[in-house]
Design a protein around this ligand. Sequence first.
Ligand code: CMC
Length: 392
Amino acid sequence: SGYVTLDVGYKNTGATQSSITFLDGELGILKYRGYPIEQLAEKSTFIEVAYLLIYGELPTADQLAKFEYEISRHTLVHEDMKKFFDGFPSKSHPMGQLSSLVCSLSAFYPESLKSNQTKEELNQSMIKMLAKMATIVSWIYKKSLGHPVMYPLNKFDYVTNFMNMTFGQLTEDVEIDPVVVSAMNTLLILHADHEQNCSTSTVRIVGSSESNIYASVSAGISALWGPLHGGANQAVIEMLEKIKEDGGDTDKWIAKAKDKNDPFRLMGFGHRVYKNFDPRAKIIKKACDDILEKLGIDDEVLEIAKRLEEVALKDPYFVERKLYPNVDFYSGIIYRALGFPTDMFTVLFALGRLPGWIAQWKEMKQNKEPIGRPRQIYNGAVDREYVDIANR
Ligand code: CMC
């Protein structure tokens, strides 16, 4: 009852106070815990950024070593999870598999269901979530190839371990190129948090009913799946491939994106908050050039992407609506260069976003936020009498 403000899509409504990520959409600023994304992307590692997001401070060397050690104690995933995993058709979409597998962790680690977990128990469930995610993501990739899964090797750091479980072989030693590990660290850092986006808000709202961490993160993964959110990175490459097959006429596709009778949108363009540029896209564009050069890859799709960006940025339609390339525009080109198939891209976004989801879930609990429950303005029928089925 009482006065309800209508804000469909929460365009102007704040749902929480948060001290994790600062974002200025007009100026194109993004900071985690006060540290500029540009510095973190250049100098930090994914796991250090995860620590920063979750605990609020950059770790000392000892704190980081302890954090990495604790994670490494939990990288194995319960063997019985494989029976469940085996039931998926091998070509089923990795995001559906990931969301289901993460939720099913709650069955294997039931201590997470206790509603009055101590601080240490809560910390353990966050560590387990982080540790097991990389293993699960690598399983999904191996399954798509029909290859046996790899076990974690805890002598490696988090990202190297992930790349080894993904691209390593049981049958021979495969060197994981440090250039590839470094590119992967950069990408994961750029995705690690982005304040109250669709998936993060989902994690917080599910967690606000005191659901366990696995169920909350699983819901976030489902929210990320859609092409208007994390699914855009897959959609971008599919779009660029289509443009390539179509002869590379970027003007034609720009015209399609502008045509209001055509549902086609320029994927990887536009953002709810950034109205000037997306600072992550700037870093990714440069990383994309660097990594392709280092790996000696010449990808025609990158040329099409650059041409598309150049044309769009001069076009009044995009200028007036303040539509710029977002984080998803160039990330897929890097993932592809690293050897990932297109349908794994959004799963990699989820792996990167995980520390943010965990940090936001923890903050929501610490703030003792009430259950999330939006209001509505009812505009349906009033006062109808039930009509017997025979008389309808
Ligand atoms: N191509 C063509 N027109 C667009 C695009 C686009 N990519 N994005 C927005 N517009 C137009 C839209 O049609 C509307 O025009 P009009 O005012 O004439 O009706 C205007 O720009 C405003 O768009 P909106 O849909 O009202 O804006 P929104 O804040 O609700 O949506 C968005 C933001 C990101 C969902 C949208 O820009 C979009 O669909 N982009 C393509 C998908 C994409 O790249 N998503 C990734 C987002 S960033 C990372 C992430 O969240 O995962």
